[in-house]
Write a protein that binds this ligand. Structure first.
Ligand SMILES: [Zn+2]
Length: 330
């Protein structure tokens, strides 16, 4: 058997509300193959499980990898879950997902070792093993997407908490009577710093007909304006767009200060769609950190953009399988 054939691999799966992505990865984090398919979430858990099974099987067939060389399959999935039993308690974007024994079901069907983990945790694990957090012992990964997800690595391990609910950075309450959050509370960080909250803010502020902005016609046509677009307009001189991003950046800064003060991690990795506006968002957030965080704490925490983009999740999911054997192999 040649070197290529001997390389141990794992499959990493990212289960999203719209798409499922599966990648074949070797121990060094090299992506050898990738596939994407629809989640079909509206058809219920059984269809979604079928879709995961056929996507993973397809990846193995296409690449022609012997099953003995596959360490297993790691699945990053939304919602609270028990990573030891692999039971998913519920998932906001996946209708009908209540107490689904995902690990057991996939093990039966695929006859491979399965690890199930929260999607924000696998993104953190991906950046920790292969991305912006390589070499650190402690890392907090904040995903600024439609919502705001968080994953925490402490002492080289995912910090899951007593009920596997740790890392809900998006639901850190930063303003007692702030805007409503999807979780039912008010003033959560996510209600200020997420693509969804930016859209709400933009619409609300444009209700004042006197406010001028290049994006007004788009919003009035019902178009969803991406954070990147806000950034582009801001750079062209659109004061409204700049102000929206600056406000979000200030709130992000407050969230970062709280993370630094509580955990003082070596690295905070910021990733997700909002990073398309990072020049303004991050610049403002870092100013806030510089002004208010304990300097001796902030000095020791690097705040950096993610390096893996959308691959952080599936890479981290695959790497869950390697972690167990790390000491033996490396
Ligand atoms: Zn909340």
């Amino acid at each position: 058997m040649g070197k290529e054939e001997e390389r141990v691999r794992a499959v990493g799966v990212d289960l999203g509300g719209t798409n499922i992505r599966a990648i074949l990865v070797d121990r060094q984090g090299t992506i050898l193959w990738r596939e994407r398919g629809p989640t079909d979430a509206h058809l219920g858990p059984e269809t979604v499980i079928d879709n995961i099974v056929s996507l993973v099987s397809h990846v193995l067939e296409r690449k022609g990898v012997a099953r003995e060389l596959i360490e297993g399959v790691g699945v990053g999935t939304p919602g609270p879950l028990n990573p030891h039993t692999g039971v998913v308690y519920g998932a906001p974007n996946l209708p009908g997902w209540e107490q689904i024994p995902l690990k057991e079901r996939l093990e039966e069907r695929l006859e491979l070792s399965i690890q199930v983990e929260n999607d924000a945790n696998v993104a953190a694990w991906g950046e920790y093993r292969f991305g912006a957090g390589r070499g650190a012992q402690s890392l907090v990964c904040i995903t600024l997407g439609t919502g705001l997800g968080g994953g925490i690595i402490l002492g080289g391990e995912i910090w899951r908490g007593s009920a596997y609910m740790a890392g809900e950075i998006g639901h850190m309450i930063i303003e007692r009577d702030g805007p409503s959050c999807n979780c039912g509370n008010r003033g959560c960080l996510e209600a200020f710093v997420s693509a969804a909250s930016l859209r709400v803010r933009v619409r609300e502020k444009l209700k004042d007909g006197g406010v001028a902005s290049a994006i007004r016609p788009l919003v009035e046509q019902g178009e969803e304006v991406a954070p990147e677009r806000l950034y582009q307009e801001a750079v062209k001189g659109d004061r409204f767009c700049r102000e929206i991003l600056r406000e979000a950046g200030e709130r992000l800064g407050i969230g970062l200060i709280n993370v630094i003060h509580i955990l003082n991690p070596e690295v905070i990795v910021l990733t997700g769609g909002l990073m398309g506006a990072r020049e303004i968002l991050l610049e403002t957030a870092l100013k806030e950190v510089e002004a208010k965080a304990f300097p001796w704490a902030a000095l020791r925490t690097r705040i950096v953009p993610g390096e893996l983009g959308d691959d952080a999740g599936p890479l981290g999911a695959a790497a869950l399988l390697f972690a167990k054997h790390q000491e033996v192999e490396l």
